[in-house]
Design a binder for this molecule. Structure first.
Ligand code: CP
Length: 320
């Protein structure tokens, strides 16, 4: 595997889940695979889970790990070609990327949507430069449009907890005070569409996800109706994807607190498990009662981030 961005990059999903569960049963069985190999993790944005779980996954495989916080200690980077660099940015990404590639075997990059220009974000300008100029396999640790390590971990978690063969999985928008990217819901939708689940998306009008990711999934604008009979509730905020009105891209169109997932919502479900990628704003996205309930699986979900990362790194090591 040379790039990990979309669900198609992982190949057969059933096989990938089997591999994940096999790794989870003994996560140190491939310790020699990563010997003398270096994984570089580059963060343009903050992280708790991605940073720790990916580092742990690489160490489980016997790899050396280098973590770079671009905004703390590195030169300020220019990302646009053609700019006269007479400002505060000392280095261009076009030199920095191949230099980083010299010091490692595999690169993971986190670079969020900037919300300056929808086209730039959806073209994945930063990550595509890493793919083009690093000379190394690149995996996405949440980009402008996707968060595949999260979606893979979510799918592993659903497989572990499902109580029937084809569970109903509901992705619900929930309110948040700030503009958040669409990367998590985009990837979640893409992976659920590829999995054997009954997938439903619910959000207020204006929050339609890009067709590239939501595909033919059922969209239900009535949140309470969507929750009926659900086996899994996956809550997440996202800002306006700008599908119907490009001028609204990245805007907060609603802070309607009736969309906050509370016990009344959960009572409509089939005793559903509650999921969220974390970090989560309590009593905006979900009430204390729901996230602390016995059916909240946010912690096992986060734990599976180590496993999804390890499958991806293992496959990249095998393809070196
Ligand atoms: N879910 C997730 O990616 O968490 P972090 O932003 O803390 O890495």
């Amino acid at each position: 595997m040379k790039v990990f961005q979309h669900v198609s990059d992982i190949g057969d999903l059933k096989q990938a889940i089997e591999e994940a569960l096999q790794i989870k049963a003994d996560r140190y069985q491939y310790q020699s695979l990563g010997k003398n190999k270096t994984c570089m993790l580059i963060f343009f944005n903050n992280s708790l889970r991605t940073r720790l779980s990916t580092q742990k996954a690489a160490m489980n495989l016997g790899m050396n790990v280098i973590v770079l916080d671009v905004n703390q200690g590195a030169w300020k980077l220019e990302t646009e070609r053609g700019v006269i660099m007479d400002g505060d940015k000392s280095e261009h990404l076009l030199e920095a990327i191949p230099v980083m590639g010299c010091y490692c075997d595999i690169i993971g990059v986190r670079s969020f949507a900037r919300f300056e220009n929808r086209e730039d974000d959806y073209q994945e300008k930063i990550l595509n430069q890493f793919i083009k100029y690093s000379g190394k396999p690149v995996f996405f640790m949440e980009s402008a449009t996707v968060h595949p390590l999260q979606a893979f971990a979510d799918l592993i978690t659903i497989e572990e907890y499902k109580r029937n063969q084809r569970p109903k999985v509901v992705l619900t928008w929930a309110p948040h005070p700030k503009s958040l990217p669409q990367a998590v819901p985009n990837s979640f939708a893409q992976w659920m569409n590829a999995a054997d689940v009954n997938f439903v998306v619910t959000h207020p009008e204006g929050y339609e996800l890009d067709p590239l990711f939501v595909g033919d999934a059922k969209v239900e604008y009535d949140q309470l109706k969507a929750f009926e009979g659900a086996d899994f509730i996956y809550a997440k905020n996202w800002s306006c994807p700008g599908v119907t009105r490009p001028e609204d891209y990245g805007k907060v169109l609603s802070k309607d607190m009736s969309w906050t997932v509370d016990t009344k919502h959960m009572e409509l479900t089939n005793n559903a498990y509650f999921m969220h990628c974390l970090p989560v704003r309590r009593n905006m996205i979900v009430t204390d009662d729901v996230i602390e309930s016995p059916t909240s699986i946010v912690i096992p979900e986060a734990a599976n981030r180590e496993i999804s990362a390890q499958v991806v790194l293992k496959r990249m090591l095998e393809s070196l």
